[in-house]
Design a protein around this ligand. Sequence first.
Ligand SMILES: [Zn+2]
Length: 181
Amino acid sequence: MPSIGHVMVGMAAGRLQARQRKELVGSMLLFSVVSMLPDADAIGFKLGVPYGAPFGHRGAMHSLAMAVILAVALGLAARLARRPALRVGLVAFAALALHDLCDAVTNGGLGVALWWPFSNERIFLPWRPLPVAPIGLNGMLAPRGLRVMAAELIVFAPFLLYALVPRRGVRAPEASQPAVR
Ligand SMILES: [Zn+2]
């Protein structure tokens, strides 16, 4: 899946994690990056790591075990920054696991090593409705890549709506609230 779907999921995760309005933009940016982290393994293509290798694209980085490891690391970082560690860790895990599952319902490429390190088998889920995206910027900007992005804009629209539609439940910055004595 190209990054646009993962970004939309990440924005929704950032919206879910933010407790105050002033945190929204930063939280959405942070979790958009978190949501795309598994695709950092695409650098393996440049480094000569075979696609099907354990650390190739959609390999270990796309496993649920790695989602747990990264979520724990982010939770610990949040704790150091005096942020809600459990909340950050859980939302990060949800975003990372959703990335893995979304890739597992695409209709091309190799499956994801969801169960690494217990198994290196690349798997897809039984239902694979999402069109697979071409790899690389040139592929993404070609007609097929643009069609895939358009399809993802539609499929992932609920995540974008959740992230962007204003509603009650997120507190305004405390500084703007009237002091009560
Ligand atoms: Zn991926």
